[in-house]
Design a protein around this ligand. Sequence first.
Ligand code: AMP
Length: 352
Amino acid sequence: MIAPGETIGILGGGQLGRMIAIAAARLGYRCHIYAPEPDSIAAEVSAAFTCAAWDDAEALAKFAADCAVVTYEFENVPVAPLAALGDVPLLPNTRALETAQDRLSEKRFVTELGGTPAPFVPVDSPEDLKAAIAAIGAPGILKTRRDGYDGKGQWRIMSPGDAEGLDLPVQALIYEGFVTFFAEFSVIVCRAANGEVRFYESALNVHEQGILATSTVPTPQEILWQIPEARALAAKVAEALDYVGVLTLEFFATENGPVFNEMAPRVHNSGHWTIEGALSCQFENHVRAICGLPLGDPGLVTRGAVMRNLIGDDAHDWAGILSDPANHLHLYGKAAARPGRKMGHVTRLVLD
Ligand code: AMP
């Protein structure tokens, strides 16, 4: 067990790191943030900050020397340089990172475990794309295998003609069949080192322009029947990876059951409602798991909750939001609002 008072290292300096650090501080841990960007909103609420490149072995080794355990809030951390962490445990492990960093390896891995993703084919050239569209059909979505997030690095192909003249990036791609779904939901599971798993209520997730807009719990009646299969897959993924911490799988709810979309080896935006809406939130349970403490109860505190992201520079009526006792406002302290940037969120608990 890593005792309160010790230091948790967090790779990545964004809002997820910030919320992990806040939960860790509540349990008496110090946090040390490692991020390449100098303006880290996670470092603002942490005891120490190393601002260095992902491949700076010396900085990573020095950072590790201050930490009892290291975790990450960002899944695109390059894996090879992490060898510089030496004997300090990295949880979740590098296998989880490697698997989730590449949409192709992620989909193959989940398929081997019995999950159902959209049909997919790797694409490395315009010829591959033609062949992929011929094999899978259109509509479909072409995605970069790595580094995509919030709908970035994606092209919708409505008909085979759309592939003509596409200015493809010089990187590995994947073509996926378009899934007809009636809802999107996520499974957030926390796994302890002893193999115990605990699931949060699955949120119904609504995306706007590829970015999560709202997450609502409890799970609506019409998708409840998909949850056992989706949870069983999440548990298999966690076990196969010997995963420790919070893991998220995103699904499309289809007439034929859950179709796997993607996984995130970390706490997730669709679990922000758990801060006020669950007995132990995703951030605290992640800290408990990586520190070897008993897991907390993920059960709902009230009849339900709706989390709404605050995105870009939309004007908000802060006084109005705060004057309603059902609302819980979280602002991440980001300096400048850019279109599509997540600035904060509001969780509205169902109190009546
Ligand atoms: P992703 O970054 O892969 O999660 O994609 C962002 C959003 O695009 C998803 O949440 C879906 O709303 C939509 N999307 C992605 N892949 C597919 C697909 N194969 N079929 C239908 N919609 C998709």
